[in-house]
Design a binder for this molecule. Structure first.
Ligand code: GDP
Length: 477
């Protein structure tokens, strides 16, 4: 509705069902305290077991965080060639890698892995992690210290000597002798091999448990496959009785826009979206080569939104203005690297009256033309746009795009997914409704760890299915 955000009473962050911890300085991260003002109340509540585990995690992170005695002790291990005694604090280091949507999904995956394995998550700051997000855990930091002895994460790859899959392949790691290295690199990037994929086997998890430092590089939301690891499955069903809410809850818990990003979000929201009766998000991401806009993509967007009645048809035949009692307004928030689709759709609703009299306003915050990695404002805007999309009431997303997954998950929205066009033609049907709000794992393993043979991992349990937008992907439903 057109309820005025500023008229709602500011309440404690307890608003997300107790998801957020106390103990933060409010001014340092306004979004943590204000975001609930912009979000609809949803039926999905975090389980009390998840809340319990988050509070336990926060205590662990505080005890083991950078420069604590326990941290220093585990750090000592890196100087020795192998590890022996069990330590109080063990770590998973997340390497900043790939586009921002990918990074948000992988960070949530790494955090869930940390929860499941009682590790402490430390974040490689890359070029812009500190500009984009607030600290999620109270009275400590999730940032990997600058003086951490291992660096040059860019050079870590499948062939690195400490890559777990590589060591398995070369028989360089042995569980039975009891001698394990103090750190291992986990290569979970989409190009990973069969040995790297053994990460998703219980037997390998038993070994990994004894390694104090795990360094992880991934560009995939690997959570669905964690649900297929028997030793994790039970915990996971307690943590998330509603399976499709994993990223929804973890995302809202972890990712608080920094103050500069929160400024971008709130100024835009108040200027363009707040007053509308309904907000419709249209996320357009084209993976085709060549410069758009493409007619077939425009055709597809219109075919989907009109067929599914997300937007009204326009009267192209008559130019007479009919008085209409219907003054309902919709604000359409488009995001895309190019401005072409936005201009066409905005003009369509400017040049013609809608058949039902609805007033349609079309907005697009930016058109950055191409993906950029080093420009600071570029990623601030990308994050703001994902977040703004998550504040819409109805969402249409593009296939294969993690940018869209982040928006749907944070928003708790089941989007209409535009099928990926093939051979430059609009597919039919143009789109379908998502089964769940969860992101898709694009490169899952297809391996039965017990039988040691290939298997369809999308057919094992009812809550892990193949994705709508990628037939070989896996998602929670
Ligand atoms: P994916 O490639 O769609 O899975 O999403 P990612 O976020 O991982 O990578 C795409 C990157 O391209 C983003 O992080 C942005 O830098 C940029 N990008 C793609 N689409 C948009 C858009 O609609 N708006 C903005 N501002 N940037 C975009």
């Amino acid at each position: 509705g057109s309820e005025d955000v500023s008229s709602r009473k500011i309440d404690s962050p307890k608003h997300f069902g107790g998801l957020l911890a106390a103990g933060f300085d409010e001014a340092s991260c306004l979004s943590r305290y204000q975001s609930f003002l912009y979000r609809k109340a949803l039926p999905h509540k975090p389980s009390s077991y998840l809340l319990y585990r988050l509070r336990k995690y926060e205590a662990l992170h505080k005890r083991c965080g950078p420069y604590t005695t326990s941290y220093n002790k585990t750090l000592e291990q890196l100087k020795s060639s192998h590890t022996n005694d069990p330590l109080e604090c063990n770590y998973i280091v997340w390497i900043s890698f790939s586009g921002l949507g990918n990074r948000i999904l992988t960070l949530a995956s790494a955090f869930l892995y940390a929860l499941l394995t009682n590790r402490v998550l430390l974040v490689d700051r890359g070029t812009d992690m500190t500009d984009l997000f607030c600290e999620p855990f109270p009275e400590t930091s999730w940032l990997l210290p600058m003086d951490f002895p291992l660096h040059q994460f860019d050079s870590f790859d499948q062939k690195s000597p400490y890559c777990y899959g590589n060591m398995l392949k070369n028989n360089a790691i042995n569980n039975s002798t009891g001698s394990l290295p103090p750190f291992l690199y986990l290569h979970l990037v989409h190009d990973y091999g069969d040995y790297d994929k053994l990460f998703f086997c219980d037997q390998d998890q038993t070994l990994l448990r004894k390694v104090p430092w795990l360094i992880m590089k991934t560009d995939n939301y690997f959570v669905p496959s964690l649900f297929l690891v028997p030793s994790f499955a039970k915990q996971l069903s307690h943590l998330f009785p509603e399976k499709e809410t994993v990223f929804h809850h973890l995302g809202r818990y972890l990712f608080h826009p920094s103050n500069p990003v929160w400024g971008l979000i709130t100024r835009y929201y108040h200027a363009y979206l707040e007053k509308a009766d309904e907000r419709v998000g249209l996320q357009i991401r084209i993976f085709d080569i060549g410069t758009g806009p493409f007619q077939h993509v425009l055709d597809q967007i219109l075919a989907c939104t009109l067929k599914e009645k997300l937007l009204p048809e326009v009267n192209v035949k008559e130019s007479i203005i009919r008085p209409s009692a219907n003054k309902r307004s919709k604000a359409v928030l488009m995001t895309s690297l190019s401005a072409g689709y936005f201009e066409k759709i905005r003009n369509m609703y400017w040049e013609h009256q809608t058949v039902n009299g609805e007033v349609i306003a079309v907005y697009q915050p930016s058109h950055e033309e191409h993906q950029q990695t080093q420009k600071k404002m570029h990623n601030l805007k990308a994050w703001a746009e994902m977040y703004l999309l998550s504040l819409t009431d109805v969402l249409v997303t593009s296939s294969w795009s993690t940018f869209g997954y982040v928006a749907q998950g944070l928003g708790g929205l089941k989007p209409w997914i535009l099928y990926k066009p093939e051979n430059r033609t609009a597919p039919y049907p143009p789109c379908r409704r998502a089964m769940s709000m969860e992101p898709c794992f694009h490169a899952p393993p297809f391996y039965d760890c017990k039988a040691k043979k290939g298997i369809d991992t999308g057919a094992l349990v009812p809550h892990v299915k193949h994705c709508e937008d990628m037939s070989w992907g896996l998602k929670l439903v």
